[in-house]
Design a protein around this ligand. Structure first.
Ligand SMILES: NC(=O)c1ccc[n+]([C@@H]2O[C@H](COP(=O)([O-])OP(=O)(O)OC[C@H]3O[C@@H](n4cnc5c(N)ncnc54)[C@H](O)[C@@H]3O)[C@@H](O)[C@H]2O)c1
Ligand SMILES: O=C(O)[C@H]1O[C@H](OP(=O)(O)OP(=O)(O)OC[C@H]2O[C@@H](n3ccc(=O)[nH]c3=O)[C@H](O)[C@@H]2O)[C@H](O)[C@@H](O)[C@@H]1O
Length: 348
């Protein structure tokens, strides 16, 4: 738990010292059941529900999830429903929310390209109005707020690998822009609230994360390949197949997010696994580990697909003492078990 402190910041426009909001007096109270009230927006989703599991392990934490269930599900949180330190609210972050909390992990936003492109206007509203609403809440109650931004702020990167100083190469009017540009504006809002109102902010730039509880028909590459391999279907590599991604196992991601929230650095900080694979290599790994009988086929790609992506994690290592522990070949079988259970296909 971080120490209580009054946040001070310099207003760049006039050099005045601005006093930020005071954290809630509950943060360090001895008399409450929980010392830290934590809001997790998007907590019914893939990363959010794993984060909730980890936060709930600490008996000092009280966790409130706000989610509209667009891509998340109550099923992901079923073990906590009814727990005295847990509360689940059906809420859309594009509307204001009034709750007394000390920390906000702001994850709410569809993450898979097929879902965020499904209703792009809603996606950009979620990123912009949703983040504005959560910053307004943070300002009112003096909470620290962490935004889960994305490596997609680097767009189709011309610098490889990507460190946090790279400003990116993003198409502002493309089909992915509702997400990429939405997250870029969300980062801007975070820093403007920080500079103007002294809000305690944290920004994580998350790189492709995978693990149990991803939606089976989520459309993201790891969940697609694993579901296809288990069902005995061909693995659909989108052309040209030489595009790269770096895959982080979800428990490593959650550890990184909590360290960022608890530490003293605003970020942005890349959180991801620097092991880089082409999509053909990923398909070959899934085939070898899960079902050697399936074919790998090449299918058409979607517009603006980034050609390469790999995080520089020097900042995460130095400032958070964090680095991923689970390799892709260790992580894929852990995810397979969960997918087999949900698909009802046991391993032969
Ligand atoms: N998984 C990744 O590889 C990855 C990479 C980069 C960034 N991120 C970010 O991490 C966060 C979580 O991603 P995830 O993979 O768990 O995705 P997910 O789709 O499983 O979870 C998102 C959650 O947000 C909820 N949500 C969506 N719109 C909402 C709204 N308007 N109001 C309230 N709730 C809403 C969904 O119902 C879902 O429960 C997202 O912000 C995403 O942009 C994820
Ligand atoms: O990590 C990130 O920053 C971002 O990464 C992903 O976006 P993307 O990398 O495009 O994720 P996928 O849809 O899983 O695609 C990865 C690659 O796999 C390919 N792919 C996808 C699906 C498939 O069946 N086959 C296939 O080859 C795509 O063409 C792409 O090159 C996430 O879905 C975003 O939410 C996230 O913010």
């Amino acid at each position: 738990m971080h120490a209580r402190f009054e946040y001070m910041s310099i207003d760049a426009s006039n050099g005045d010292q601005k006093r930020g909001p005071s954290p809630s007096p509950l943060r360090n109270s001895k008399f409450y059941q929980a010392n830290m009230r934590i809001l997790v927006t998007g907590g019914a989703g893939f990363i959010g529900s794993h984060l909730v599991d980890k936060l709930m392990e600490n008996e000092k934490n009280e966790v409130i999830v706000a989610d509209n269930y667009f891509t998340g599900s109550k099923e992901n949180l079923k073990k906590w429903i009814g727990h005295p330190r847990f509360e689940l609210i059906r809420h859309d972050v594009t509307e204001t929310l009034l709750v007394e909390v000390d920390q906000i992990y702001h994850l709410a936003c569809p993450a898979s390209p097929i879902f965020y492109k499904h209703n792009p206007v809603k996606t950009i509203k979620t990123n912009v109005i949703g983040t504005l609403n959560m910053l307004g809440l943070a300002k009112r109650v003096g909470a620290r707020i962490l935004l889960t931004s994305t490596s997609e702020v680097y767009g189709d990167p011309l610098v490889h690998p990507q460190d946090e100083s790279y400003w990116g190469n993003v198409n502002p009017i493309g089909v992915r822009s509702c997400y990429d540009e939405g997250k870029r504006v969300a980062e801007t809002l975070m820093f403007d609230y920080h500079r103007q109102h002294g809000i305690e902010i944290r920004i994580a730039r998350i790189f492709n994360t995978y693990g149990p509880r991803m939606n089976i028909d989520d459309g993201r590459v790891v969940s697609n390949f694993i579901a296809q391999a288990i069902r005995g279907e061909s693995l659909t590599v989108q052309a040209p197949g030489t595009q790269t991604r770096s895959f982080c196992y979800v428990s490593d991601m959650v550890d990184g997010l909590i360290r960022l929230m608890e530490g003293e650095n605003t970020g942005p900080i890349n959180i991801g696994n620097p092991g880089e694979f082409t999509m053909l290599e990923l398909a070959e790994n899934v085939k070898e580990l899960i079902n050697p009988d399936v074919d790998i086929i090449m299918v058409e790609n979607t517009p603006d697909d980034p050609r390469q992506r790999k995080p520089v994690i020097t900042k995460a290592k130095e400032l958070l003492g964090w680095e991923p522990k689970i390799t892709l070949r260790d992580g894929l079988p852990r995810m397979e078990e969960d997918f087999r259970q949900r698909l009802g296909v046991p391993k032969k």
